[in-house]
Design a binder for this molecule. Sequence first.
Ligand code: WTA
Length: 664
Amino acid sequence: MSDDDVELEARLEEQEVFEPSEEFVEQANVSDAAIYDEFEENWPECWEQAADLLDWEESYDQVLDDSNPPFYEWFTDGSLNASTNCLDRHLDERGDEAAIEWVGEPVDEDNVTLTYNDLHEKVNEAAAALRDLGVGEDDVVTMYMPMIPELPIAMLACARIGAPHSVVFAGFSADALATRMNAADSEYLVTCDGYYRRGDPLDHLDKANEGLSGVEHDTDTVVVDRLGPNGDDFGHDLAANQHDWGELMAANEGAEVEPVDRDAEDMLFLMYTSGTTGQPKGVKHTTGGYLAWTAWTSQAVLDIKPEDTYFCSADIGWITGHSYIVYGPLALGTTTMMYEGTPDHPDRDRLWEIIEDYGANQLYTAPTAIRAFMKWGPEYPERHDLSSLRLLGTVGEPINPRAWKWYYKHIGNEECPVVDTWWQTETGGMMVTTLPGVKDMKPGSAGPPLPGLDVQIVDTNGEEIDPGRAGYLTVNKPWPGMLRTLYRNDERFIEEYWAEYSDTDSSDSEDWVYFPEDGAKIDDDGYITVLGRVDDVINVSGHRLGTMEIESAIVGVEGVAEAAVVGGDHEVKGEAVYAYVITEEGQAETEEFRAEIVEAVEDAIGPIARPEQVIFTPELPKTRSGKIMRRLLEDIANEDELGDTSTLRNPDIVEDIRQVVQGD
Ligand code: WTA
């Protein structure tokens, strides 16, 4: 490093508050701080501003109906179609502009640009094809696809005909697919033959077929041919209820499908996510509120303008991709990018190369990726001209100040504001973050709640606590993008998100408080630092996993008596899976048995849930009432000082386990 660099590093390290540049503020979509007061005074009507970003078929009567909390309704009696909002209305002005820039794995150089006209055409054909198969309004269509253009095409086709989609991350296992299709009674699946990973073709249909064999009802499947001749080796023949995507599209060439008029509160999609129990939760999002929320936050926080080329490196199989690759950006008529593959193939400059090639204006990525970039070193971004970037964003997990500053300096050249956005699958879109053209940034702290949101940090009794102290994050007023319920399970919806801090007998919405299960603290300026989950959910590389789901996979292995899974700190992944296992009498605790356990987890959930360590132990630390003390297991994994063991039934076991893990 040169002396200048050393000086710069030292200055950055000290600096705790960063101002957005004047240049950014001048052009920002939102740059007037008055928005915070305006929204507070004019709540909930302030959200008309979000609804106004959309084209409504029938205008709504009421912004918010809160007569039956927590079953809030937004933009009541309004109707619209999400695909019209993402496509048709842009055709006159932006028909020939790129809607999606798809960058495939660099195997065959077949990158694809879909203009709004192209995308509109393909979505219509796909909508006609799905209808031909029998898909009707409100039928749930499952998608099990990697990052290929057919995924957003299929999603928007579903939106066009009023069929909710349920996208299952392609990295999830066959079992996970079956569980989700069964839970949603989904009779349709769109998938593909395979895809590329680090240059090699990967069989995907095999996994899809295995999942389908666990589905309890009849299904129809559409299969996209992604690999062409490179997939021949897999030797797949389509069964009678399996249809070739290309043939269906050809048969519907030039078809036009009238968009179905959807009520604002009609379901746009379902997304299964992990929670405290073993069963994933089917989060229901609606057409009006969700689309308004993602469009408004895309505009206000990501500063997206129609002429931008916007790049979010997430996978569409997670909520970030739904909200901020597909719906938000396309509703605004911008160019949204999607890439297939990994950031380190063919080299560790993949993202920087893409940004340079396409002149991307925003980058929205996850802290886990930033930590990996840091580890690889600045020489990779330095090879490329990243001057097209105007704004950087992060999502998915807390970002430590060092990683934040590295991102700010080496990717943003100290010119781009960084928005650290806290939100969840359930919130539909961003909740806590700075408005980049209005607020200063504080590395490590997501920022204040967005205008119109009432977020408080409380203690276990729900009392607001003083700045600086750790407590629980709560949201005290509804917002348009919120989940409406858990699919077919209103009771669990109340139990999971509201029961903790609400007066559940009350019909006054003021008595209802949403609890996202995150710990947080607030500073004197109202900036919130999110500390992480306080339930049994762990966050591995920004992917949300339920420890109960992993545990139930492990106890399913013959020879396992009991298991406890916790998250331990990990330099790049944020958290890693630590599995503590008690074997049955007579079961040898061998490496083979460890491998068997790891494989069982991969089969049940997917490689992302793969345990970093499997630790055999004769007992688990338990309270006198028999509850496993996970906190202690986390302390061991993190090599932290051990918490209080005095309430344990078997305090000695903690030291025994610690020795096994830490090896002294
Ligand atoms: C965590 C992803 C700190 C949090 C959009 C939340 C974050 C969970 C941040 C939701 C952030 C997300 N800072 N923590 N900026 N963003 N989280 O449903 O624990 O996959 O509850 O949604 O990720 O994960 P999900």
